[in-house]
Design a protein around this ligand. Structure first.
Ligand SMILES: Cc1cc2nc3c(=O)[nH]c(=O)nc-3n(C[C@H](O)[C@H](O)[C@H](O)COP(=O)(O)O)c2cc1C
Length: 333
């Protein structure tokens, strides 16, 4: 049984879930709370058809939110039993049943939930100790996901860096990719405050400017070769790359990839380690195939997230929509 006091905290758990990362900060989720059951729904209005045509990144984002919820519930002494996309629901969802049972808190991960952030700045080239790399790897407890690390100074990283650059060039040569990206950039302070989603200029390291100017700059200044060179510089300023490989190509495994990534990102934040995505070679299908072949993966295994890790000063925080925009009442919607 879940006590009344704990049920009152469920909105707080959902609030923590919404602090999760999501592709382009689309926040592609809705939640409902019904007694001791929380449901997480995909919000396909917030999908990214160009960069994520099969929605794998959307389900990874749901997994990140789910992991935040589960860790926060533990902090309140609640265990979570997770059913992925169960039959009999009026809409597709991940169903979390909370129970008031003795459970081990994950204090460090919990405390890192509001601290974690994607940090796209140049890092300071300091190396992560092998003891801390081990701690990052141990954060993944999922059987559905495997993880590979690359020291950016070792030669094993070079083919991966090459594929990041190749995919970056492909993406920035694709008008539809650039248009989709622009549609999720919040160029001005007004846009940031009105929408509370997407990629704010400040978070990306640019000043606020009018949208018309932002469009021109992105379409003229963001050249494919320049973007590829910038990605390489970012990698070389980082200590390690971490690649998350989903052992199967289906929704549950994608969500589990999100859970594994989120735990690793939270562990990193708790150790003062910065991270950012360099998913380009995972997003461009032809390059993803090359990456899989290079790593000798089986046809089922999908390399879905490539993350750089290292040390950098904090950057401005990205926004989230308020709870009443993501909360739907009771069962179904
Ligand atoms: C599945 C997924 C894919 C992402 N892909 C990228 C990416 O390709 N490039 C990037 O800079 N950030 C990427 N991000 C990071 C998001 O843009 C970031 O989480 C979002 O803007 C919210 O900011 P925060 O992580 O600082 O809270 C991705 C995040 C997720 C969960």
């Amino acid at each position: 049984m879940v006590t009344k006091h704990k049920i009152m905290n469920i909105n707080q758990l959902i609030n923590h879930a919404t602090l999760a990362p999501s592709g382009h900060n689309t926040q592609p989720w809705k939640f409902s709370a019904d007694g001791n059951i929380v449901r997480i729904y995909p919000d396909f209005q917030r999908s990214l058809p160009v960069v994520d045509p099969d929605n794998h990144a959307l389900y990874i984002s749901l997994g990140c939110a789910l992991e935040n919820l589960v860790i926060s519930a533990k902090q309140d002494g609640l265990t979570s039993s997770v059913d992925y996309f169960p039959e009999g629901e009026s809409e597709e969802c991940i169903r979390v049943t909370l129970a008031d049972e003795n459970t081990q808190k994950e204090q460090e991960l919990f405390k890192a939930i509001p601290v974690r952030q994607s940090n796209r700045s140049m890092y300071d080239e300091r190396k992560i100790s092998s003891a801390d790399v081990d701690k990052l790897l141990q954060a993944n407890v999922s059987d559905s996901v495997s993880v590979k690390t690359f020291d950016t100074e070792e030669k094993e990283a070079e083919p991966v860096i090459k594929l990041v650059k190749e995919a970056s060039r492909i993406q920035f040569s694709d008008r539809q990719f650039v248009e989709e990206l622009i549609s999720w950039i919040r160029f001005s302070k007004n846009e940031v405050q009105a929408k509370r989603d997407g990629l704010s200029a400040k978070v990306m390291g640019f000043p606020y400017i009018p949208r018309w100017l932002g469009r021109i700059i992105l379409k003229t200044v963001a050249k494919p070769s320049g973007e590829a060179a910038r990605a390489e510089k970012q990698i070389r300023s980082s200590s390690h790359l971490i690649l998350f490989i989903s052992k199967k190509n289906n929704k549950q495994h994608w969500a589990d990839t999100g859970r594994a990534f989120q735990r690793t990102a939270l562990r990193a934040a708790s150790l003062g380690i910065a991270h950012a995505h360099l998913n380009m070679p995972c997003e461009v299908e032809s390059v993803r195939e090359k990456l899989s072949t290079h790593l000798g993966l089986s046809p089922d295994e999908q390399p879905l997230l490539l993350i750089r890790m290292g040390y950098a000063a904090e950057v401005p925080r990205s926004q989230r929509r308020p709870l009443d925009e993501v909360l739907v009442n009771g069962e179904g919607k």
